[in-house]
Design a protein around this ligand. Structure first.
Ligand code: MRU
Length: 363
């Protein structure tokens, strides 16, 4: 990702070779601020309070959380406790469980004195693999955009996206945004409709921030505007990410994704979901078994923003005393998903489709 011409990943190890650096996403888009994670508690806090967020980045942060825990105490007991602490931070993104399993597998059989070095090495690999995986998602997704661009004969391809499935949600590139960045770099005319994504506004605050820094033409819209734009022929493709995809192809993603899929189906528009293999939950054949995070009602009843004087404040927007519900994700059934874009290619949203790309899972 580029911030004012400087390349950043969303997570890194500092020059001291153990402190973990992150971008505090709760401060964006108003302030670009980095934070140092120095213990497993810092990593758990960063995930739970959404300083870092997005399924792949949650997994990468958890991996480094294990490194930080082992650095303090490399015992089995501490390893188990760190896993439990990190696992309890957020329930929906399956990359968290995947990364913790990877880290456990890497260090458990090692003697204590070898665990820290091995853990940092594996966490680093998880990050590097995520970057390459997301780059390849872009390569495969680019083909879809090219096809639409050819049919539109040079007119801009209008892509609607929801939430932030961009470089801020991964280590770099993003999932849904990777094909967009690669299309833009290849000189294809693209324009992105960015759902603001209430209640936390990941679209307006984060996706728009990213696209702006990469110079990709985009327009922020209220979440409710998508259906209208589709009816008017102003959307060519809906492209989102996912926090967990069941082996059946059912997709859990940020609340509101399902409504976009319904509107896309009614308007006969392609609805694609981009994901790395780390987001597939092979243990679930039914997306409705995916645990859906319930978040605090204040995210619905309040909003934060910057005043004309530059101060970032939080204000109440709802009738005082009214209760609010805040389910953070929804499940889009596979039948509404045109296809899944993975690092291995594009497939049908179904068990057969996924097994076609990941045959080792059927053995
Ligand atoms: O609650 P968040 O911000 O962590 O949720 C992230 C999303 O739902 C993203 O849209 C996403 O596509 C999954 S991460 C690539």
């Amino acid at each position: 990702m580029n911030i004012d011409g400087k390349h950043f990943r969303t997570i890194w190890v500092d020059d001291d070779e153990w402190t973990v650096g992150i971008i505090d996403q709760t401060k964006l888009p108003h302030v670009f601020e980095t934070r140092a994670l120095k213990c497993v508690g810092d990593a758990a806090y960063a995930i739970k309070e959404m300083l870092v967020r997005g399924a792949p980045l949650i997994g990468a942060t958890a991996a480094y959380g294990i490194c930080l825990a082992l650095r303090e105490n490399a015992s089995d007991k501490n390893l188990e406790a760190a896993c439990q602490l990190l696992m309890a931070t957020r329930p929906t993104a399956v990359n968290l469980r995947w990364a913790l399993d990877e880290m456990m597998h890497c260090v458990r059989s090692l003697p204590r004195e070898k665990r820290v070095i091995a853990a940092y090495a594996r966490a680093g690999e998880i990050c590097d693999e995520d970057v390459e995986t997301c780059r390849m998602i872009g390569v495969h997704g680019l083909g879809l955009i090219e096809k639409i661009a050819r049919a539109k004969k040079g007119k801009a391809v209008n892509i609607l996206t929801h939430c932030n499935a961009g470089w801020l949600a991964t280590v770099d590139w993003g999932t849904a945004t990777s094909p967009i960045y690669q299309a833009h770099a290849a000189g294809l005319p693209v324009h992105v409709w960015v759902d603001e994504t209430r209640p936390r506004n990941q679209g307006a605050a984060l996706t728009a921030f990213e696209l702006g820094h990469e110079g990709v033409p985009h327009t922020i819209i209220a979440d409710n505007a998508g259906g209208h734009l589709m009816q008017r022929g102003e959307v060519d493709l809906v492209l989102t990410g996912t926090d967990r995809t069941a082996a059946s192809g059912d997709v859990a993603n940020k609340i509101g994704t399902y409504l976009k899929a319904l509107a896309a189906a009614d308007n006969e528009l392609p609805f694609y979901v981009a994901l790395p293999h780390t987001t597939i939950d092979w243990s679930l054949m039914d997306g409705f078994e995916i645990p859906i995070e319930e978040r605090g009602s204040e995210e619905v009843t309040q909003m934060s923003g910057r005043t004309a004087e530059g101060e970032v404040i939080t204000i109440d927007i709802a009738a005082p005393g009214s209760p609010a519900a805040n389910p953070a994700f929804d499940v889009t059934p596979a039948r509404l998903v045109t296809g899944l874009i993975t690092e291995r290619g594009v497939c049908a949203a179904s068990l057969d489709g996924l097994l076609g790309l990941y045959p080792e899972r059927g053995e």
